[in-house]
Design a protein around this ligand. Structure first.
Ligand SMILES: [Zn+2]
Ligand SMILES: [Zn+2]
Length: 271
């Protein structure tokens, strides 16, 4: 029988190395004071952990584990007539959440934007008979392999109207999905933290590590922004409940230009 545990810090399932979570030991993440801790679905249930499902706009739902069972992400369920995409994955799956998602049409495909968002993706896949699409560039970060997992590398239509691509940056395979029917047909970008919102309205950012504040280079931010702004969208949802409600494509371009000017040294005389 398979032995697997959930990293109590990042919420990623693991059957490969139960000494330390490689995702948390990486410089983009962190181990908590006192070191590695593991948990299980039963322990999470006993703690009262539930995945709360909230409607964000027609046919888009946010899934957030409360109390926190992962890095704190809000995974997204995009509903289409051809099936639903679970974009990013909570670190828990409880019966009530499975029922709620079942009432919304279940899950046909699962795609984590990058390894921090793997959560308990195999549990979700098995519950709904879904395929998990993992970037080939980041497949080596998978800590719990299974027949539900498939690799992808070239941009493709995960489900009709949901187009995936990999601008990279935060991870080599960091992905985004364009949902063409979103925002009343103006287009929505599901950005993971390939592009992350910030408190200032109309601005976003790009980082190698968010918790450890590691930047990316001017060249990489330019490349990511070029890849993203080639897509047609008006609204952007990141993986922590952040949203740029309108004119999000311009926000990405404007924010990349500002970021590049700072990391290139244009403003060094102001520091
Ligand atoms: Zn971890
Ligand atoms: Zn991340």
């Amino acid at each position: 029988m398979e032995t697997w545990r959930i990293c109590a810090t990042c919420g990623v399932e693991n059957s490969i190395d139960l000494e330390v979570c490689a995702i948390c030991a990486d410089e983009r993440q962190y181990l908590p004071p006192g070191g590695q801790r593991w948990t299980s679905p039963a322990e999470r249930d006993a703690e009262g952990c539930r995945v709360v499902v909230e409607e964000l706009e027609p046919d888009l739902f946010g899934l957030t584990a409360r109390p926190r069972a992962d890095i704190g992400q809000t995974a997204l369920l995009a509903r289409t007539p051809a099936g639903n995409l679970l974009w990013d994955v909570p670190g828990h799956l409880d019966d009530a959440a499975a029922e709620a998602v079942g009432r919304l049409g279940g899950v046909s495909a699962i795609m984590p934007s990058h390894p921090h968002m793997f959560g308990v993706q195999r549990e979700w896949a098995r519950a709904f008979g879904a395929t998990v699409w993992v970037s080939a560039r980041d497949r080596h970060w998978v800590r719990r392999e299974g027949p539900e997992l498939r690799s992808w590398d070239e941009p493709f239509e995960v489900l009709p109207g949901l187009h995936s691509s990999q601008p990279g940056g935060h991870f080599p395979g960091s992905a985004v999905v364009l949902w063409t029917a979103g925002a009343g047909g103006r287009g929505v970008l599901l950005s993971g933290d390939t592009v992350a919102t910030v408190p200032a309205e109309g601005w976003v950012t790009f980082m190698r590590s968010y918790p450890n504040r590691l930047p990316l280079s001017a060249a990489v931010v330019s490349r990511v922004a070029e890849s993203v702004t080639a897509l047609e969208f008006d609204r952007l949802y990141d993986n922590f409940g952040g949203v740029v409600r309108a004119d999000a494509r311009a926000a990405v371009a404007r924010s990349a230009a500002r970021y590049v000017s700072w990391v290139r040294g244009d403003h060094d005389d102001e520091t």
